[in-house]
Each structure stands twice: as structure tokens, then as C-alpha cells.
Unconditional design. Structure first.
Length: 450
């Protein structure tokens, strides 16, 4: 029976993905540990530290499917240790002779940290795949709507006209920066560890560094310049990057949520018959996907704070902080993969209501063009005076429910320099989007540097 929403069966898509659950399943975790033990044994045999036949037997049996998990469970209940139960079950399946060479020299943290790095590598590959798919889709949306006019909003209020493609271009570039960060961080983050109890390589003497290098090469991980058992910045960087990615996804989801409000109705998540928004209000088409993305992004940020606590380990090793990563890394990773999946679904089915965007542009009866009116009048009256004139006209238009053009035309200060017809000529919001369309097109057509 699942005890965490991530592992629910009926609601399996709500908080996680099958891929994320597989990566961080207990079976996969143990299997990674055994693969590390096998790589270590092979490297030790190459260097004459253990016999070849022992390494061969260890490698042949290094699979979670070959060990007795019931025995491992019993050993864990007896020893209360993080790794020894698995080591004992593995040694037993390797046989009495070869089993003596299992886990020959490393400490528990060497195996578990390196195992988490292997899991993190899978996560980073999946995150890159999904981000690239989101990048592609946002490029399509940005190009399609580079010239689709809509109201730009600041402080939750209409500000100036923009285009929808300009808005999504901002999302697109943020996604691209995350892809850059992911690529830049890969070499720095994906580093394994095999240095013994205090990181001194004492069990292997002068062979320790070369043994670590060979083992990590077999696993496809880098080697650190110095052991990092108490230096937890690599996991912190990875988790904080995932939190940043989720915050971007939350920004996208949040914007769709706001623009899908009944009173706004400019965009919406896709809808298909059979999708139900409410158990009591049959008419509802709720923005459930954007809501879920925002909720997940919050959870990731909450968890990410804990990874910073784990950086303050004591002395050469400290399980007080280290073990918190065992919960934080899986949860953040699984949540992030879920948020990415939901964002892909949202963008793939996104509905853009061009007509409503155009209607909303006119909702404030010209107030959205107060800046333009100020600059045009400023050519005749001076900028500061024009600001005062347009401010007074705007407040009057707002209170009286009139259009700004009419109020401006009735102002004698304006009438001296511009006729009403001339004012109406420049009070078309579609013609005041600045460089929005150009920038949207440039961003959409730009290729990220490989």
C-alpha cells in the first residue's frame, strides 16, 4: 500500500511519473549500489588488489534480481545500518570465497553518494529531454503569435500593448538558460566518490586515487580533485537547479491560470470531452494542469531549502545532514519530472483566444495608450506637462467611464495643438506594441548554442 502521494496507483500522474518512480525505486537504488560494487571489484582486480576470479564472480552476481531481499530486510532490522544489510545479502550470493572481497575498502557513503549521482544523471538526462521538447513547442507558439496583440500587465493591471509571442518568448529564453545551466553543471555535478572512511584512501595506500579514477570511468562519472564527503555543494547545486526549473514552469502555469480566468479568457489549457472540472458544477472547465504545475513548483522550493541545510556537515562526515538528501533528492527529482510532463501537456494543447485578447485591449477605453498620448502631446507641450494633462484626463475617463480620446479632445490644452481626429489616429493599441513582434521572431528563430 502506497504511503506517499508520489506512489499512488489511482492518482499516479498527479505528483510523479513512472519514469521518476522507477529511477528512485528501492530496487533500482540497490541495483545501482551493486553495480558500483562490481565496478570497484573490477578495478581492484585490474590493479592486483583482489583476485580476478573474485571480481568475475562479484560482477556476475551484481544485480538486485540475484540477491535475497528478504535476507537484506532481516539484516537491516537487526543491524539498523544503511548499507551492511545489502552487502551481506550480496556477499552471500557471491559465495563464501568471492564474498570475502565484496565491498573491499570503501565506506558506506562512497557507495550511497555515488549511487545517488548515477540516479541524478538519469534525472538530468530526462530533464534535458523534456526541456528541449518545451523549448521546441514554445518556439512554435512564439513564432505563431509574434504579432498577436494583447494587453501587457504590470501590478496586475493593464499597462501597455504587447504581443502574446513576446510574452512566450520570455518563457522560451528562460527555458534555454536552464538548458545551458544543465549542460554547464553536468561535469561539475556528476562526480563519484571512492575514498574510504574519512576520504584519505587509506585502505588502498598509494593506489587509492587511481582505483577511484578507474572505478568512476567504468560508471561514467567524473573524479573529484579531493574527496567530498562533507562538501555537499554538488547535490545542492543540482537540487537548486531543479527548483529554478520548476519555478519557471510555475511561472508559465501561473500565467495560463491567470489568463484563463472567466473575466480574461485569453488562453486556456486544452479540453476534451470527458474531462470534468467539478463534482457539483457541471459547467466548470478548471485550469487543473496549471494549478498542478504551480503546486508542484511550491513543493520543490520547500524541499530545496533543506538541501542547503545538508551543506553544513560536521568534520569529515556527518549523517545528521547527509541522510536528509536521501529524501530530498528523490522527491525533488520526481516532482520536477512530473511538472515537466504537465507543462509539455499544457503547451501542446494550449488554446489562444486572439479575439478576446483584442477585446481586452479595448477594455480600458484607450487608457492602455496613455503613454503614447503623453509622448505625442509632449512634442507640443513638453513631457512633464503632457504627463500632467494625460494623468488628469485618464483619471477623469476612468471615473466617468468614458474613452480617453474623448476626454483628451475636450481638454483646451490639448485642443490647442491636436484635433480629435488626429488623436484617434494614434489611439489604436495594435499599432503600439513597440519591438514586441521583432523580438519574438528573433527569439523564436534563434538556435541555442550546442
Amino acid at each position: 500500500m502506497a504511503g506517499h502521494p508520489i506512489d499512488y496507483y489511482v492518482y499516479s500522474g498527479s505528483w510523479g511519473t513512472d519514469e521518476g518512480r522507477r529511477i528512485f525505486s528501492e530496487a533500482q537504488m540497490i541495483d545501482r549500489w551493486l553495480k558500483i560494487e562490481a565496478a570497484l571489484a573490477e578495478a581492484e582486480a585490474e590493479m592486483g588488489i583482489i583476485p580476478d576470479w573474485a571480481a568475475g564472480e562479484i560482477s556476475a552476481k551484481a544485480s538486485v534480481e540475484k540477491i535475497d531481499l528478504n535476507l537484506a530486510r532481516a539484516e537491516q532490522q537487526k543491524t539498523r545500518h544503511s548499507l551492511v544489510p545489502v552487502i551481506r545479502a550480496f556477499a552471500k550470493v557471491c559465495g563464501q570465497k568471492a564474498g570475502e572481497y565484496v565491498h573491499f575498502g570503501p565506506t558506506t557513503q562512497d557507495i550511497i553518494d555515488t549511487g545517488n549521482m548515477l540516479a541524478l544523471r538519469e534525472v538530468m538526462e530526462a530533464v534535458q529531454r523534456d526541456l528541449e521538447a518545451i523549448e521546441k513547442r514554445l518556439g512554435q507558439i512564439t513564432l505563431e503569435h509574434a504579432e498577436t496583440p494583447m494587453a501587457g500587465r504590470t501590478h496586475g493591471q493593464h499597462a501597455l500593448p504587447i504581443t502574446f509571442g513576446f510574452k512566450t518568448a520570455s518563457w522560451l529564453q528562460e527555458i534555454r538558460r536552464h538548458l545551458d545551466r544543465l549542460e554547464e553543471g553536468r561535469e561539475r555535478i556528476l562526480v563519484g566518490e571512492l575514498a574510504g572512511a574519512v576520504g584519505s584512501y587509506a585502505p588502498w595506500g598509494g593506489q587509492g586515487r587511481e582505483l577511484e579514477r578507474r572505478t568512476m570511468a567504468k560508471l561514467g562519472l567524473g573524479q573529484a580533485d579531493i574527496p567530498w564527503q562533507s562538501a555537499r555543494d554538488r547535490f545542492a547545486e543540482a537540487v537548486l537547479l531543479l527548483a529554478m526549473i520548476c519555478s519557471t514552469l510555475g511561472r508559465i502555469g501561473g500565467e495560463v491560470y491567470l489568463l484563463q480566468k472567466t473575466e480574461v479568457d485569453e488562453v486556456a489549457q486544452g479540453f476534451e470531452m470527458g474531462r470534468v472540472g467539478s463534482s457539483t458544477m457541471p459547467h466548470k472547465r478548471n485550469p487543473e494542469t496549471p494549478e498542478a504545475i504551480k503546486g508542484i513548483s511550491r513543493l520543490v522550493r520547500y524541499r530545496a531549502a533543506g538541501i542547503l541545510e545538508a551543506m553544513e556537515g560536521e568534520h569529515e562526515r556527518d549523517a545528521n545532514t547527509w541522510k536528509t538528501e536521501w529524501v530530498i533528492l528523490p522527491e525533488v527529482s520526481i516532482y520536477t519530472l512530473a511538472a515537466l510532463t504537465k507543462t509539455r501537456q499544457l503547451l501542446d494543447g494550449l488554446v489562444v483566444n486572439r479575439e478576446k485578447m483584442r477585446d481586452n485591449l479595448n477594455r480600458t477605453r484607450g487608457l492602455i495608450l496613455s503613454e503614447r498620448a503623453m509622448f505625442v502631446l509632449g512634442e507640443h507641450l513638453g513631457k512633464q506637462t503632457a504627463h500632467e494633462v494625460v494623468y488628469e484626463a485618464s483619471m477623469k475617463a476612468f471615473e466617468a467611464g468614458k474613452d480617453l480620446t474623448t476626454v483628451l479632445a475636450a481638454d483646451p490644452r490639448v485642443g490647442k495643438v491636436l484635433k480629435e481626429e488626429a488623436i484617434r489616429e494614434f489611439m489604436d493599441p495594435v499599432t503600439y506594441t513597440g519591438l514586441c513582434a521583432r523580438l519574438a521572431n528573433e527569439v523564436a528563430l534563434r538556435k541555442r548554442k550546442p
